[in-house]
Ligand binder design. Structure first.
Ligand SMILES: Nc1ncnc2c1ncn2[C@@H]1O[C@H](COP(=O)(O)OP(=O)(O)OP(=O)(O)O)[C@@H](O)[C@H]1O
Length: 493
């Protein structure tokens, strides 16, 4: 294959992309390719930079450095970082959905899909009122738009609800409607931000079917951010893994899921996530590699994570906190470093010791998570939960059962306590949990305020739906009395 053919094979080429917010490097020197006709997944722990990559591709952010090339099927190419953002859907044919559903909830399903084709219809009208009523071209375009809308309603299994307001649909159906709406714009690249978030298993299966249908029956390539590993592993052709804005792995789902750097990156998320990844990988050899370093057959080879030295950046955040992100905390880099130190060790003349039992990552977890300080600085500690009942703090994205226990041990039992934390409280808790900047990044305070008011968040709905295992009987249970859930967890955070 010559260079041109290879180029055309790539619908999207991201080259040396960097995005800085003040001093924070949200994406650092990221390069990857999404191939035409494939589903490419962008995964990584919270705050890894996935949404920022999407925002750069779809023109919401102008990157600090780097190039994003979109190669259309007709041979034309667009440098997305240079296109005005309203031209990205129209000229480069890139469509996207968002983490939070953005439908016109008062309009019917059909209307939502027709609005998406507004530009095409206006063009057909010649942008005149006469055109709207007189041109046969407009009437034809209008009929075609209705046909296209019907087609995608059928594909999304929503045709029976065509005349209902979009806001009346169940959550999973709204997600499919968003994708149907994006497909009505005729995209060559469809970017989906966490399409499976909040879905129950049945809705997840319907989503997978819709996405596989798009892959097999249209020329549209898909780039998706997803935390739900079951979705990623089932439908992706290619997976790119980010940690702290750096690419740590890039390959097919099988090679990525067994890449020690990826497992290590998830070790940095929280203890429940570790269990998820280890359970999903379920491979003693892989787990053992965490203790001996990376497998050179897997992983990025020239990944920027190899090149990235420790960096400490500070940035002002919307809620007024200043967040320090220590790139030196990269778990993937720790695996690399560990591999290097193992490689430089003299070879022992005696036979290798017997394999340690699988799932012995615990000592590493303990070391990484060892409390660096007591949470005594937290101003609103309580001696005991009010009314003897603690809230289910695992409904906050970022708090798993282990951290909930630690918080309880230090007098934090209720959403309103976390919701009232000031900067000094956050710093004290971060020091105690050895969580540099994570509480602000994951917006615990904001989530806790909402939950304290009895509202739900997208994540709490997933917990309540049983998609995320917690120590509680049901996600919404207020008392922390139930036994821990054993085994596989449905989806990551
Ligand atoms: N507009 C912004 N201003 C300042 N910092 C930002 C901005 N957008 C993102 N960030 C920071 O950039 C980093 C990457 O965020 P991003 O939302 O891209 O991560 P993510 O991988 O999508 O996370 P999640 O899985 O939680 O959605 C985070 O530290 C975040 O706080």
């Amino acid at each position: 294959m010559n260079a041109n053919a290879q180029m055309n094979d790539a619908i999207l080429q991201v080259d040396h992309l960097s995005m800085k917010f003040g001093g924070l490097v949200a994406i650092g020197d990221l390069s990857f390719t999404a191939r035409r006709g494939e589903i490419t997944a962008l995964i990584g722990p919270n705050g890894a930079g996935k949404t920022t990559v999407f925002n750069c591709i779809t023109g919401f952010y102008k990157p600090s450095e780097g190039m994003i090339t979109l190669n259309r099927a007709d041979g034309s190419s667009y440098l997305l970082e240079r296109l005005p953002n309203h031209e990205i859907p129209a000229r480069a044919k890139v469509a996207r959905t968002f983490q939070n559903i953005r439908l016109f909830s008062g309009m019917t399903l059909l209307e939502n899909l027709l609005v998406a084709q507004h530009n095409k219809l206006m063009k057909a009208s010649g942008y005149t009122i006469l055109g709207l009523f007189g041109f046969s071209g407009y009437r034809k375009a209008s009929a075609e738009s209705v046909e296209l809308a019907k087609h995608w309603l059928e594909k999304a299994d929503l045709v029976d609800r065509a005349d209902d307001p979009a806001g009346d649909l169940p959550y999973g159906a709204q997600r499919r409607l968003e994708i149907a709406r994006a497909m009505c714009t005729g995209p060559e690249l469809l970017c989906l931000d966490e399409p499976a978030a909040g879905l129950n298993p049945k809705e997840s299966a319907a989503l997978n079917e819709l996405l596989m249908g798009i892959k097999h029956t249209t020329g549209t390539s898909i780039l998706l951010i997803e935390h739900d590993m079951s979705v990623v592993m089932q439908i992706s052709d290619h997976v790119v893994v980010l940690e702290y804005g750096r690419k740590i792995s890039d390959g097919n789902p099988q090679s990525v899921r067994t890449d020690p750097r990826v497992i290590a990156a998830y070790l940095g998320v929280d203890d429940e996530e570790v269990e998820t990844v280890l359970t999903e990988v379920g491979d003693e050899d892989v787990i053992e590699q965490l203790d001996i370093g990376p497998d050179s057959a897997h992983g990025p080879g020239t990944s920027s994570s190899y090149l990235a030295g420790p960096v400490s950046d500070t940035v002002g955040h919307s809620q007024g906190e200043r967040v320090t992100v220590s790139k030196g905390a990269s778990k993937a880099a720790q695996v690399d470093a560990r591999g290097a130190s193992v490689a430089s060790r003299p070879v022992a003349p005696t036979p290798a010791p017997a394999k340690p039992a699988a799932k012995k990552a615990a000592p590493r977890k303990t070391a990484a998570k060892a409390p660096a300080a007591k949470a005594e600085g937290v101003s609103n500690r309580l001696a005991a939960p009010r009314g003897g009942k603690a809230d289910n703090l695992t409904r906050i994205k970022g708090i798993g059962t282990v951290n909930e226990k630690k918080l309880n041990e230090h007098g934090i039992f209720h959403f309103d306590q976390i919701g009232a934390w000031k900067k000094a409280d956050v710093e004290a808790v971060e020091a105690y949990l050895a969580f540099d900047g994570r509480i602000a990044r994951e917006e615990w305070v904001k989530q806790a305020k909402l939950l304290g008011q009895g509202k739900d968040t997208e994540f709490s709905r997933r917990v309540d739906a049983g998609k995320v295992a917690t120590s509680h009987v049901s996600g919404k249970a207020k008392a922390s009395t139930a036994k821990p859930v054993q085994g596989k967890r449905g989806g990551g955070k």
